[in-house]
Design a protein around this ligand. Structure first.
Ligand SMILES: Cc1ncc(COP(=O)(O)O)c(C=O)c1O
Length: 349
Protein backbone atom coordinates (compact mmCIF):
# COMPACT_ATOMS: atom_id res chain seq x y z
CA UNK A 1 0.00 0.00 0.00
CA UNK A 2 1.37 3.43 -0.88
CA UNK A 3 0.65 6.55 1.09
CA UNK A 4 0.32 9.96 -0.42
CA UNK A 5 -0.91 13.40 0.46
CA UNK A 6 -4.52 13.87 -0.59
CA UNK A 7 -4.94 17.18 -2.44
CA UNK A 8 -8.38 18.66 -1.87
CA UNK A 9 -9.45 21.22 -4.45
CA UNK A 10 -12.08 23.89 -3.73
CA UNK A 11 -13.74 26.16 -6.33
CA UNK A 12 -11.73 29.38 -6.86
CA UNK A 13 -14.42 31.60 -5.35
CA UNK A 14 -15.18 29.39 -2.31
CA UNK A 15 -14.65 30.43 1.28
CA UNK A 16 -11.77 28.06 2.06
CA UNK A 17 -12.43 26.50 5.44
CA UNK A 18 -11.03 23.11 4.43
CA UNK A 19 -7.22 23.36 4.77
CA UNK A 20 -6.70 25.23 8.06
CA UNK A 21 -5.24 28.18 6.18
CA UNK A 22 -5.14 31.75 7.47
CA UNK A 23 -8.41 33.15 6.13
CA UNK A 24 -7.37 36.81 6.58
CA UNK A 25 -4.17 36.69 4.52
CA UNK A 26 -0.64 37.52 5.67
CA UNK A 27 0.43 40.74 7.35
CA UNK A 28 0.59 43.70 4.90
CA UNK A 29 4.26 44.07 5.95
CA UNK A 30 5.01 40.82 4.14
CA UNK A 31 3.92 42.26 0.80
CA UNK A 32 5.87 45.44 1.49
CA UNK A 33 9.02 43.39 2.14
CA UNK A 34 8.55 41.41 -1.07
CA UNK A 35 8.02 44.62 -3.06
CA UNK A 36 11.41 45.84 -1.89
CA UNK A 37 13.23 42.93 -3.51
CA UNK A 38 15.44 44.04 -6.38
CA UNK A 39 16.23 42.27 -9.67
CA UNK A 40 19.64 41.54 -8.18
CA UNK A 41 18.09 39.92 -5.07
CA UNK A 42 16.10 37.58 -7.29
CA UNK A 43 19.19 36.69 -9.30
CA UNK A 44 21.39 35.48 -6.43
CA UNK A 45 21.23 32.59 -3.95
CA UNK A 46 19.63 33.85 -0.75
CA UNK A 47 21.44 34.38 2.52
CA UNK A 48 19.61 33.07 5.59
CA UNK A 49 21.44 34.76 8.47
CA UNK A 50 18.83 37.47 9.07
CA UNK A 51 15.84 35.18 8.70
CA UNK A 52 17.42 32.50 10.93
CA UNK A 53 18.15 35.10 13.64
CA UNK A 54 14.62 36.52 13.45
CA UNK A 55 13.02 33.10 13.56
CA UNK A 56 15.16 31.84 16.44
CA UNK A 57 14.45 35.01 18.43
CA UNK A 58 10.68 34.69 17.94
CA UNK A 59 10.74 31.00 18.87
CA UNK A 60 12.99 31.77 21.86
CA UNK A 61 15.77 29.33 20.93
CA UNK A 62 19.36 29.79 19.84
CA UNK A 63 19.98 29.86 16.05
CA UNK A 64 22.19 26.74 16.14
CA UNK A 65 19.14 24.73 17.20
CA UNK A 66 17.03 25.72 14.22
CA UNK A 67 16.83 24.50 10.60
CA UNK A 68 14.67 26.56 8.25
CA UNK A 69 12.56 24.49 5.88
CA UNK A 70 10.47 25.09 2.78
CA UNK A 71 7.26 24.73 4.76
CA UNK A 72 6.98 22.18 7.54
CA UNK A 73 6.34 19.45 4.96
CA UNK A 74 10.00 19.83 4.03
CA UNK A 75 10.91 19.37 7.70
CA UNK A 76 8.79 16.22 7.96
CA UNK A 77 10.50 14.80 4.87
CA UNK A 78 13.96 15.66 6.22
CA UNK A 79 13.08 14.01 9.54
CA UNK A 80 11.86 10.84 7.82
CA UNK A 81 14.99 10.65 5.67
CA UNK A 82 17.34 11.32 8.59
CA UNK A 83 15.60 8.72 10.77
CA UNK A 84 14.93 5.97 8.24
CA UNK A 85 17.63 6.21 5.56
CA UNK A 86 19.64 3.15 6.60
CA UNK A 87 16.54 0.99 6.85
CA UNK A 88 17.30 -2.68 6.00
CA UNK A 89 14.96 -4.00 3.30
CA UNK A 90 14.21 -7.26 5.11
CA UNK A 91 13.30 -5.61 8.46
CA UNK A 92 12.55 -1.94 7.75
CA UNK A 93 12.89 0.76 10.38
CA UNK A 94 9.57 1.97 11.70
CA UNK A 95 7.72 5.24 12.22
CA UNK A 96 4.99 5.26 14.83
CA UNK A 97 2.15 7.51 13.72
CA UNK A 98 -0.73 8.35 16.03
CA UNK A 99 -3.87 8.39 13.89
CA UNK A 100 -5.89 10.20 12.73
CA UNK A 101 -2.94 12.26 11.54
CA UNK A 102 -1.62 14.63 8.92
CA UNK A 103 -1.00 12.59 5.71
CA UNK A 104 2.63 13.64 5.32
CA UNK A 105 4.00 11.50 8.17
CA UNK A 106 2.96 8.32 6.36
CA UNK A 107 3.82 9.68 2.90
CA UNK A 108 7.35 10.66 3.99
CA UNK A 109 7.93 7.42 5.94
CA UNK A 110 6.93 5.53 2.81
CA UNK A 111 9.16 7.70 0.60
CA UNK A 112 12.14 7.12 2.92
CA UNK A 113 11.70 3.34 2.85
CA UNK A 114 10.36 2.94 6.39
CA UNK A 115 7.43 0.95 7.74
CA UNK A 116 4.37 2.72 9.10
CA UNK A 117 3.06 1.60 12.48
CA UNK A 118 -0.27 3.27 13.18
CA UNK A 119 -1.48 3.70 16.75
CA UNK A 120 -5.06 4.99 16.99
CA UNK A 121 -6.17 7.62 19.48
CA UNK A 122 -8.31 6.07 22.24
CA UNK A 123 -12.03 6.48 22.85
CA UNK A 124 -13.08 10.09 22.51
CA UNK A 125 -9.63 10.75 21.02
CA UNK A 126 -7.73 10.28 24.30
CA UNK A 127 -3.95 10.26 23.77
CA UNK A 128 -2.89 6.56 23.65
CA UNK A 129 0.31 6.69 25.71
CA UNK A 130 0.28 3.00 26.74
CA UNK A 131 -0.37 1.81 23.17
CA UNK A 132 2.48 3.97 21.83
CA UNK A 133 4.87 2.58 24.43
CA UNK A 134 3.73 -0.94 23.53
CA UNK A 135 4.45 -0.24 19.84
CA UNK A 136 8.05 0.90 20.47
CA UNK A 137 10.66 -1.73 19.58
CA UNK A 138 14.31 -1.86 18.48
CA UNK A 139 13.34 -0.90 14.90
CA UNK A 140 11.45 2.27 15.91
CA UNK A 141 13.32 5.26 14.46
CA UNK A 142 10.65 7.99 14.39
CA UNK A 143 7.53 8.82 16.37
CA UNK A 144 5.26 11.48 14.87
CA UNK A 145 3.14 13.39 17.39
CA UNK A 146 0.97 16.41 16.57
CA UNK A 147 0.37 18.94 19.33
CA UNK A 148 -2.33 20.14 19.11
CA UNK A 149 -3.59 17.24 17.04
CA UNK A 150 -4.89 17.69 13.51
CA UNK A 151 -7.81 16.94 13.03
CA UNK A 152 -9.08 16.53 16.61
CA UNK A 153 -7.56 19.69 18.13
CA UNK A 154 -6.56 17.80 21.32
CA UNK A 155 -3.37 18.43 23.31
CA UNK A 156 -0.64 16.04 24.47
CA UNK A 157 0.84 16.44 27.95
CA UNK A 158 4.54 17.30 27.98
CA UNK A 159 5.21 14.47 30.44
CA UNK A 160 3.75 11.96 27.96
CA UNK A 161 6.06 13.21 25.21
CA UNK A 162 9.03 12.89 27.56
CA UNK A 163 7.98 9.36 28.56
CA UNK A 164 7.88 8.33 24.89
CA UNK A 165 11.26 9.95 24.21
CA UNK A 166 12.83 8.04 27.11
CA UNK A 167 11.29 4.76 25.94
CA UNK A 168 12.55 5.19 22.35
CA UNK A 169 16.00 6.74 22.70
CA UNK A 170 17.05 5.41 19.27
CA UNK A 171 14.17 7.33 17.60
CA UNK A 172 13.52 10.94 16.67
CA UNK A 173 10.40 12.11 18.49
CA UNK A 174 8.95 14.64 16.06
CA UNK A 175 6.50 16.96 17.80
CA UNK A 176 4.57 18.78 15.12
CA UNK A 177 3.54 22.15 16.54
CA UNK A 178 1.92 23.43 13.34
CA UNK A 179 -1.00 24.77 15.39
CA UNK A 180 0.81 25.66 18.64
CA UNK A 181 0.37 29.39 18.01
CA UNK A 182 -3.36 28.92 18.58
CA UNK A 183 -2.90 26.71 21.64
CA UNK A 184 -0.49 28.99 23.46
CA UNK A 185 1.47 25.89 24.50
CA UNK A 186 4.87 24.86 23.15
CA UNK A 187 7.98 22.86 24.00
CA UNK A 188 10.12 25.69 22.64
CA UNK A 189 11.96 28.19 24.79
CA UNK A 190 14.72 27.78 27.37
CA UNK A 191 12.97 24.66 28.80
CA UNK A 192 13.88 22.79 25.59
CA UNK A 193 17.33 22.17 27.12
CA UNK A 194 15.78 20.07 29.86
CA UNK A 195 13.97 17.74 27.44
CA UNK A 196 15.45 14.45 26.17
CA UNK A 197 17.72 15.30 23.20
CA UNK A 198 15.83 13.03 20.76
CA UNK A 199 12.79 15.37 20.82
CA UNK A 200 12.59 17.72 17.84
CA UNK A 201 9.87 20.29 17.24
CA UNK A 202 8.38 21.25 13.86
CA UNK A 203 6.82 24.67 13.28
CA UNK A 204 5.09 26.20 10.30
CA UNK A 205 4.45 29.84 9.47
CA UNK A 206 1.61 28.85 7.14
CA UNK A 207 -1.12 29.08 9.75
CA UNK A 208 -1.06 31.95 12.25
CA UNK A 209 1.34 33.97 10.05
CA UNK A 210 -0.47 33.28 6.78
CA UNK A 211 2.57 32.20 4.72
CA UNK A 212 1.21 28.90 3.31
CA UNK A 213 1.67 30.03 -0.29
CA UNK A 214 5.22 31.29 0.07
CA UNK A 215 6.30 28.26 2.19
CA UNK A 216 8.22 28.66 5.43
CA UNK A 217 8.77 26.30 8.33
CA UNK A 218 11.41 25.30 10.85
CA UNK A 219 12.61 22.28 12.78
CA UNK A 220 14.13 22.90 16.20
CA UNK A 221 16.08 20.59 18.50
CA UNK A 222 19.43 19.91 20.15
CA UNK A 223 22.22 20.93 17.75
CA UNK A 224 23.58 17.36 17.48
CA UNK A 225 20.11 15.87 16.92
CA UNK A 226 19.20 18.19 14.06
CA UNK A 227 22.64 17.94 12.40
CA UNK A 228 21.49 15.07 10.10
CA UNK A 229 18.42 17.11 9.11
CA UNK A 230 20.65 20.09 8.31
CA UNK A 231 22.59 17.83 5.92
CA UNK A 232 19.33 16.57 4.35
CA UNK A 233 17.55 19.88 3.70
CA UNK A 234 18.81 21.45 0.43
CA UNK A 235 21.08 24.48 1.03
CA UNK A 236 18.71 27.00 -0.62
CA UNK A 237 15.40 25.45 0.33
CA UNK A 238 13.72 28.77 1.13
CA UNK A 239 13.35 31.05 -1.86
CA UNK A 240 14.31 34.70 -1.50
CA UNK A 241 10.65 35.76 -1.22
CA UNK A 242 10.17 33.52 1.82
CA UNK A 243 13.50 34.68 3.28
CA UNK A 244 12.27 38.30 3.40
CA UNK A 245 8.60 37.49 4.06
CA UNK A 246 9.25 35.52 7.23
CA UNK A 247 11.05 38.25 9.25
CA UNK A 248 8.38 40.75 8.15
CA UNK A 249 5.61 38.43 9.32
CA UNK A 250 7.39 37.62 12.59
CA UNK A 251 7.89 41.26 13.54
CA UNK A 252 4.22 42.20 13.04
CA UNK A 253 3.19 40.93 16.45
CA UNK A 254 0.06 43.11 16.51
CA UNK A 255 -1.24 41.38 13.40
CA UNK A 256 -0.38 37.93 14.74
CA UNK A 257 -2.12 38.63 18.08
CA UNK A 258 -5.18 39.95 16.29
CA UNK A 259 -5.44 36.83 14.13
CA UNK A 260 -4.97 34.41 17.04
CA UNK A 261 -7.73 36.30 18.94
CA UNK A 262 -10.03 36.07 15.88
CA UNK A 263 -9.50 32.32 15.78
CA UNK A 264 -10.30 31.97 19.50
CA UNK A 265 -13.51 33.98 19.05
CA UNK A 266 -14.43 31.99 15.94
CA UNK A 267 -14.07 28.68 17.77
CA UNK A 268 -16.48 29.89 20.48
CA UNK A 269 -18.93 31.11 17.85
CA UNK A 270 -18.85 27.76 16.08
CA UNK A 271 -19.27 25.88 19.39
CA UNK A 272 -22.34 27.99 20.25
CA UNK A 273 -23.90 27.27 16.87
CA UNK A 274 -23.21 23.54 17.12
CA UNK A 275 -24.53 23.43 20.70
CA UNK A 276 -27.70 25.12 19.47
CA UNK A 277 -28.04 22.55 16.69
CA UNK A 278 -27.31 19.65 19.06
CA UNK A 279 -24.25 18.53 17.09
CA UNK A 280 -21.21 16.82 18.61
CA UNK A 281 -17.77 18.41 18.27
CA UNK A 282 -14.41 18.23 20.01
CA UNK A 283 -13.20 21.44 21.69
CA UNK A 284 -10.05 22.39 19.82
CA UNK A 285 -6.76 24.14 20.50
CA UNK A 286 -6.13 24.74 16.79
CA UNK A 287 -7.64 26.99 14.09
CA UNK A 288 -10.23 24.30 13.27
CA UNK A 289 -12.89 22.16 14.89
CA UNK A 290 -13.71 18.52 14.22
CA UNK A 291 -17.48 18.06 14.04
CA UNK A 292 -19.53 14.86 13.92
CA UNK A 293 -22.47 15.37 11.54
CA UNK A 294 -23.11 11.61 11.37
CA UNK A 295 -25.66 10.59 8.74
CA UNK A 296 -26.07 14.25 7.71
CA UNK A 297 -22.42 14.65 6.70
CA UNK A 298 -22.95 14.55 2.92
CA UNK A 299 -25.94 16.91 3.18
CA UNK A 300 -23.85 19.37 5.19
CA UNK A 301 -20.78 19.26 2.92
CA UNK A 302 -22.89 19.62 -0.22
CA UNK A 303 -25.18 22.23 1.34
CA UNK A 304 -22.24 24.35 2.44
CA UNK A 305 -20.52 23.93 -0.94
CA UNK A 306 -23.72 25.15 -2.64
CA UNK A 307 -23.47 28.24 -0.43
CA UNK A 308 -19.81 28.77 -1.35
CA UNK A 309 -18.24 27.33 1.83
CA UNK A 310 -15.66 24.51 1.56
CA UNK A 311 -15.06 22.29 4.60
CA UNK A 312 -13.01 19.09 4.85
CA UNK A 313 -14.55 15.63 4.88
CA UNK A 314 -12.53 13.61 7.43
CA UNK A 315 -14.98 10.71 7.64
CA UNK A 316 -12.43 8.19 6.28
CA UNK A 317 -9.93 8.93 9.03
CA UNK A 318 -9.71 6.37 11.85
CA UNK A 319 -12.36 7.10 14.49
CA UNK A 320 -13.85 9.95 12.45
CA UNK A 321 -16.93 8.37 10.82
CA UNK A 322 -19.45 11.09 9.97
CA UNK A 323 -16.93 13.87 10.74
CA UNK A 324 -15.83 17.03 8.97
CA UNK A 325 -13.17 19.55 9.97
CA UNK A 326 -14.03 23.24 9.79
CA UNK A 327 -11.35 25.94 9.79
CA UNK A 328 -12.04 28.76 12.24
CA UNK A 329 -10.38 31.85 10.77
CA UNK A 330 -11.61 35.42 11.06
CA UNK A 331 -14.99 35.91 12.75
CA UNK A 332 -16.61 37.34 9.62
CA UNK A 333 -15.90 34.08 7.80
CA UNK A 334 -17.08 31.92 10.69
CA UNK A 335 -20.35 33.88 10.77
CA UNK A 336 -20.84 33.02 7.07
CA UNK A 337 -20.16 29.38 7.85
CA UNK A 338 -22.48 29.18 10.87
CA UNK A 339 -25.31 30.89 8.96
CA UNK A 340 -24.89 28.42 6.12
CA UNK A 341 -24.86 25.53 8.61
CA UNK A 342 -28.12 26.72 10.18
CA UNK A 343 -29.71 27.06 6.75
CA UNK A 344 -28.68 23.55 5.75
CA UNK A 345 -29.61 21.85 9.01
CA UNK A 346 -32.72 23.81 10.03
CA UNK A 347 -33.88 25.06 6.67
CA UNK A 348 -33.58 28.61 8.12
CA UNK A 349 -33.80 31.31 5.46
C1 LIG B 1 -0.08 18.95 11.36
C2 LIG B 1 0.50 19.65 10.18
N1 LIG B 1 1.84 19.63 10.02
C3 LIG B 1 2.40 20.24 8.97
C4 LIG B 1 1.65 20.91 8.03
C5 LIG B 1 2.33 21.48 6.82
O1 LIG B 1 2.75 22.77 7.00
P1 LIG B 1 3.43 23.56 5.78
O2 LIG B 1 2.32 24.20 5.01
O3 LIG B 1 4.32 24.55 6.46
O4 LIG B 1 4.19 22.57 4.95
C6 LIG B 1 0.27 20.96 8.17
C7 LIG B 1 -0.55 21.64 7.15
O5 LIG B 1 -1.74 21.62 7.10
C8 LIG B 1 -0.32 20.29 9.27
O6 LIG B 1 -1.64 20.26 9.44
Amino acid sequence: MTHEYERVIAPADALRLHLNENTAGCSPRVLAAIHQLTRHDIAIYPDYDAVTEACAARLDVSPDRLVLTNGLDDGILATAIAALKHSPREAPFESIIVVPAFDMYAACTDAAGGRIVEVPLGDDFVFPLAAILAAVNERTRAVFLTNPNNPTGGLIREQDIVTIARAATQALIFVDEAYADFAGQTLLGPALDRLPPNIIVGRTFAKAYGLAGIRAGAVVGAAATIAPLRRTVPPYTLNVGAAVALPAALEDIGYFDWYVAQVAESRQLLYRTLDGLGITYWPSHGNFVLVRFGMRLATVIEGLAARGVAIRDRSRDPGCAGCARITTGIVEHTVRCTQALEEVLCGAA
